[in-house]
Design a protein. Sequence first.
Length: 117
Amino acid sequence: MSAPRNLRVSQSVKRELSELIRRDLKDPRIAGLVSITDVECSNDCRRVRVFVSVFGEEAQQQSTMDALLDHTGMIRGELGRRLRLRVAPELSFKLDNSLERGAKVSELIAKISRGEV
């Protein structure tokens, strides 16, 4: 599998998943601001790991991840249809807390520079 094709598929999957979650999933458990931060495709593009960032409390994050896991089959089918893929990829959703960690590090650096720590 060529790297350029893998990159194209990853970008397309990210774009379509963002659209699907934002517009088509009407699950009340999806709370807070949901963002697809990264998508990793296997070499054959049959497995996709989706990193999801959810801004909100821990309970909101967990309910959003539960909803995504419950809708994985529907999302997979719709993704395959929209991207016209011969085989719709298996999806696995992972919570990405890197933005929260980055904000905490920035806050700590600001405190240090102000001499508060």
